[in-house]
Design a protein. Structure first.
Lengths: 101, 360
């Protein structure tokens, strides 16, 4: 759902549900696998995560800036980018791709 | 005072630490640390005892890990360890070095960063990116990596780096400006008549002789070299070696004329130890003559290589020598290379070996 910003997008951010991979939360003691944050885009969601656990942005995003190549973010079954807008109540899955050896 | 010796091992799947008392006969292994990330270099600041590990994870990118309790607990950071937006992102940290409280990190794609807070935040020293030769650098087999990082022990402005495959570069102003220092080193992979370029050589490992900052040694893809003028000129010291090809070089902790190598059988011959018989080669005279050291090392069916950062010495008397294989075996000598034993095996592929001696 890589849509345009809805009308009235300046209104306060909305609550979304985020699910994080275990291998990511293992890097940040105390981080949960599932949490709610206020965000109206994937970028805002990542910023919120980074404010709770400094450094988490660098693990999810590279300096392009973009979601890292082997990290997938899915919203309603669709792969998302940093610019992807979030709807109230969206469930966002942050997943590690099949990778490595 | 009694000491204990830690051998710090970076592997494809995490950091390991082997530990012994001063006798260095019985070793205990701990790990894996750093969440089994691929770790290219683990080293310690001997003055603070802090252990640093640099690497990069396919999922999560580059980071430097820090342990202030000899490996029991670790934190990681990559804040500031990034090129500007739009540039190719940093894939991994390849080399670390520390001097007077400043930590340096060499990364892939090749560049240099510094940290004044034990690796929590990083600043880019962008002089290398601005060097006129930068657009012409070509990646080596492991990528365009800054893998060797040599700091002048007294002059804070001077740093030498080894980049594959751009060659050796030197700065006298702390990283703002650089000059290539490759005169006399071959690039056999260039067309005939163009084999001694100003830059573009495939340096594999660059080290500095103890107590003699102008004496450098480098194992190159194409030869083994010594410099007595800080890298302004290089002389071949490969005569007497079984091969001009290899990756690591390790200096003695006190003797500037003693150096250890692990030559391999050639860049297109499998990159194993020659004749499948393992040997460390040592010079005691700055590379004029070489001696093979085999006692305790496998002398049949040894089809392994040793990577560029996977050999080190300790500062004990007599000096210990250590190396780790691509097959995950860690070898140690407690007598300057005369006799060897296996101190760990079945580890992941070993990327780096360093040592730390601490009071017991």
């Amino acid at each position: 759902m890589d849509g345009l910003a809805p009308p009235g997008h300046n209104r306060p951010p909305r609550t979304v549900l985020v699910r994080l991979p275990g291998v990511l939360v293992d890097l940040f003691p105390g981080a949960p696998r599932r949490l709610e944050v206020q965000a109206s885009s994937v970028k805002e969601m990542v910023d919120a995560l980074d404010s709770f656990w400094p450094g988490m942005r660098d693990r999810i995003c590279d300096s392009t800036p973009a979601v890292r190549r082997h990290i997938n973010i899915f919203i309603d079954g669709e792969r998302a980018r940093l610019e992807t807008r979030l709807s109230p109540g969206s469930e966002v899955f942050v997943l590690t791709a099949i990778s490595g050896g | 005072m009694a000491s204990k010796v830690l051998v710090l091992v970076g592997t494809k799947k995490g950091t390991f630490i082997a530990e012994s008392d001063a006798a260095r006969r019985n070793w205990a292994l701990r790990g894996p640390f750093c969440e089994t990330w691929p770790i290219n270099h683990v080293m310690a600041d001997p003055s603070s005892g802090i252990i640093y590990a640099g690497g990069g994870n396919e999922w999560f990118g580059p980071a430097v890990w820090n342990s202030e309790d000899l490996g029991a607990t670790w934190t990681h950071s990559s804040e500031g360890l990034a090129y500007e937006a739009g540039a190719e992102p940093i894939k991994a940290v390849w080399s670390l070095a520390e001097r007077d409280g400043v930590l340096y990190a060499g990364v892939q794609p090749a560049g240099l960063f510094r940290s004044e807070d034990k690796g929590k935040t990083w600043q880019h020293l962008d002089g290398l990116q601005k060097h006129p030769s930068r657009p012409h650098w070509n990646a080596g087999g492991a990528g365009l990596i800054l893998h060797s990082l040599v700091l002048h022990p007294e002059d804070k402005g001077q740093i030498w780096v080894g980049i594959s495959a751009a060659g050796v570069f030197h700065t006298a102003d702390g990283g703002q400006t650089w000059e290539p220092r490759n005169k006399g080193t071959r690039a056999d992979f260039f067309p005939e008549g163009q084999n001694y370029p100003e830059f573009g050589q495939c340096v594999h490992c660059l080290v500095m002789a103890p107590g003699e900052p102008d004496t450098l040694y480098q194992q190159n893809h194409c030869g083994m070299y010594r410099s007595s003028d800080g890298g302004r000129s290089w002389q071949s010291i490969e005569s007497g070696l079984p091969s001009s090809f290899g990756f690591p070089a390790a200096t003695h902790p006190r003797d500037p004329s003693t150096l250890y190598l692990v030559p391999l059988n050639g860049d297109s011959a499998g990159r194993y130890v020659p004749d499948a018989k393992a040997a460390v080669w040592r010079t005691r005279d700055g590379g004029s003559t070489w001696q093979d050291l085999r006692a305790g090392l496998p002398q049949e069916n040894a089809f392994f290589g040793v990577l560029r950062q996977a050999m080190a010495t300790d500062r004990m008397e007599p000096a210990g020598v250590y190396f780790g294989s691509g097959g995950g075996t860690l070898f140690a000598s407690a007598d300057e290379g005369e006799n060897w034993r296996t101190i760990a095996e079945h580890l992941p592929a070993i990327s780096s070996v360093e040592t730390l001696v601490v009071d017991a």
